[in-house]
Write a protein that binds this ligand. Sequence first.
Ligand SMILES: Cc1cc2nc3c(=O)[nH]c(=O)nc-3n(C[C@H](O)[C@H](O)[C@H](O)COP(=O)(O)OP(=O)(O)OC[C@H]3O[C@@H](n4cnc5c(N)ncnc54)[C@H](O)[C@@H]3O)c2cc1C
Length: 466
Amino acid sequence: MAEKNYDLIVIGSGPGGYVAAIRASQLGMKVGVVEKAELGGICLNWGCIPTKALLKSAQVFEYIQHAKDYGIDVKDAKVDFASMIKRSRNTAAKMSKGIQFLFKKNKIDTLVGHGKIVAKGQVEVAGEDGKKNTYQAKHIILATGGRSRELPNIKIDNEKIIGYRKAMVLDKQPKTMVVIGSGAIGVEFAYFYKTIGTEVTVVEYMPNILPIEDEEVSKQLEKIYKKEGIKIMTDSEVTSVDTKGKGCKVMVKSKKGEESTIECDIVLSAVGIATNLENVGIEEMKIKLNKNLVEVDEYYRTNVEGVYAIGDIVKGPALAHVASAEGIVCVEKIAGLQPEPIDYTNLPGCTYCWPEVASVGYTEKAAKEAGYEVRVGKFPFSASGKATAAGANEGFVKVIFDKKYGEWLGAHMIGANVTEMIAEVVAARKLETTGHEIIKSVHPHPTMSEAVMEATAAAYEEVIHL
Ligand SMILES: Cc1cc2nc3c(=O)[nH]c(=O)nc-3n(C[C@H](O)[C@H](O)[C@H](O)COP(=O)(O)OP(=O)(O)OC[C@H]3O[C@@H](n4cnc5c(N)ncnc54)[C@H](O)[C@@H]3O)c2cc1C
């Protein structure tokens, strides 16, 4: 039986909410978490984790198709789409169960239902049966996350026009698919579906796919995707989708004014997220919003005393590790500690397509626009022993340093396992490491991570293997 009085109630159990709850419990607070769906939020159930399970299936299939390159003869590998989906759902369920265990271990109450702040220090939780309970809390964190954003002219019908959730649980593998938007979610699904045999077209409004990444990385990924058979239309927008016939007719207009029609089975709308801020007490409590995001300070305090907001509903990149970091800073401040505010210039971003993409800090263009005189180094995986042995020569590591003081401004990577390599750069930048120290930090051989040391050496004209 849940208690009625808490030090902290968190609404939403995603990576923002559940991490905040656990840290608060460690700091001695009595915590309740309101959740109306699965524990673990989008990340564990409908985002980071189930997509990575699907991507792994696709990658294994791709490996098998190239088995001959490794001296292995495999015949008749076939995709079992339903089993791939099942594996992904099982992975998500396992992770969600893990949160249940962590809540129990940390004596955190789960308050099942829809949470709403109804008055100062009061949260009403409405169960599916319509029953309502009200709980008291000294502090309330909103961590309600997001859902697929819809374009006004392209409504998601969950049959022919789908969002990311449905893309993870389709009954049948589509033969043809148009993906609208080429952010991380769009390119990951494009890779997954293409690799298992769907004909995929990606339509992107901006000049490059993965538009927030360094241009060289985006261009390289585009080149690899095209080589693999993904059709890419940049500088183009989907103006309408006609779903009246058997499939979909997708009308695309390029910025030059050229119009074309693509026929496909399924359209995946991957154009970002909309925040879940309906019926949570925003209007009643007069919580300030800015462009549909909750306005907060560096400790995630809203304009209303005792109410905080973290994760996808506040400014900053909509990423799981960012939500978690915000949750920790928020509760440490509530507990009276002096946490260091998050440095939003040192947040890594990863895309788990194949090859993978990872980055942190300034792109070369952004660094120049910010007035830095830059020192750029690049090391291609074609010159890496480990990459050659693994048959993963595509891609490179690019590093950007400030010429004057040697500050590490950014790193951009495309290649196998780069999502595991970017953490080195994050730690080094946090420790204000210069390129000289990276060059002198002996990296193990043979590893992909040697490319970070070599790219840095290239920036200082000391590269050995080029
Ligand atoms: C397909 C996809 C792939 C992704 N891959 C990655 C990745 O690889 N890496 C990465 O860092 N990020 C990834 N993300 C983004 C990541 O999932 C989000 O940034 C992260 O989940 C945000 O965490 P959050 O705590 O803010 O909210 P969420 O994870 O969205 O959780 C919010 C929770 O609040 C609950 N809720 C909402 N309103 C209420 C209410 N009123 N009462 C009770 N409960 C409520 C919801 O049911 C949900 O469980 C991905 C997202 C998607 C969609």
